[in-house]
Write a protein that binds this ligand. Structure first.
Ligand code: DGL
Length: 267
């Protein structure tokens, strides 16, 4: 049975899981949220490189997935190579969708909304230099928006004034009025995509990497020969810390087809 382990610092993995389910409904999924180390956006590069390969290797030993999806731009843009070296299974990363945004924009101005880590990374610089050298990229890194998505998934009402303030960091840029494409470069942000779209001009196209990551994941599964098929009770969510308020997540987990929750602190 094809089994994908989807890894993020928090609930961002759900946005990627939803795309994988859409593309291949029978895939068995293990969703991991490293909530003990959340948020990744404020962590240093050595901290993430020091933690992720070992943690993922331990998770793979325990859950034996066919493919690992690092459903996190913050982790992928810094530690993908180290993670690949540490694991014996194919790894699909999630990186900012700069290339499709550069192909889409007509004004030549795009927004890049990620975590503080992702928008500053060397990897992101290289994506821009390679695929969008003539595009003006307005960047904003927001851990606050990550927290807002976490709270929404726990059933809290989203505060539109706060969201508007976050988005104003893009729209108030000198060339903000020309922005016609926005890249959601954090897997948490598609979870508040409707609210973002509601506050922005309808002329702005919002792009994320979820669909492309799902496509690559299915390709890797096909190449590895893993077969489809789903058994009830297969789909689990794993958290690295017990946390107050986690119970509030249950409806969102159930809505994403997750059958039960486990904790993993043995790494
Ligand atoms: N969901 C993550 C990403 O795609 C990171 C969120 C965080 O922990 O800061 O970047």
């Amino acid at each position: 049975m094809a089994h994908v382990l989807i890894f993020d610092s928090g609930v961002g993995g759900l946005s990627v899981l939803a795309e994988i389910r859409k593309a291949a409904p029978d895939t068995r999924t293990t969703l991991v949220a490293d909530n003990d180390f959340f948020p990744y956006g404020n962590r240093t590069e050595p901290e993430l490189i020091g933690r992720l390969p070992n943690l993922l290797a331990k998770l793979c030993e325990r859950h034996l997935p066919d493919v690992v999806v690092v459903a996190c731009n913050t982790a992928s843009t810094v530690a993908l190579e180290e993670i690949r070296l540490a694991l014996g299974v194919p790894v699909v990363g999630t990186v900012p969708a700069i290339k499709p945004a550069a192909l889409k924009t007509e004004t030549g101005v795009i927004g890049l909304l990620g975590t503080p880590g992702t928008v500053e990374r060397q990897y992101t610089e290289e994506l821009i230099a390679d695929y969008a050298p003539d595009v003006h990229v307005i960047r904003h890194g927001s851990s606050e928006l990550v927290e807002m998505a976490e709270r929404k998934l726990r059933g809290e009402q989203l505060n539109f004034t706060d969201l508007k303030r976050v988005l104003s960091k893009l729209t108030n840029d000198l060339r903000g009025h020309e922005m016609d494409t926005l890249v959601l470069a954090c897997t948490h942000f598609p979870l508040v995509r409707e609210e973002i779209a509601y506050l922005l001009s309808p002329d702005i196209t919002i792009i994320d990497s979820g669909e492309a990551v799902a496509r690559r994941t299915i390709n890797r599964l096909n190449l590895s020969g893993a077969s489809g098929g789903h058994q009830a009770g297969d789909n689990i969510a794993v958290f690295t810390a017990e946390e107050e308020g986690l119970a509030g997540l249950e409806p969102a987990l159930v809505a994403h087809g997750i059958d039960r929750v486990e904790y993993f602190q043995d790494y």
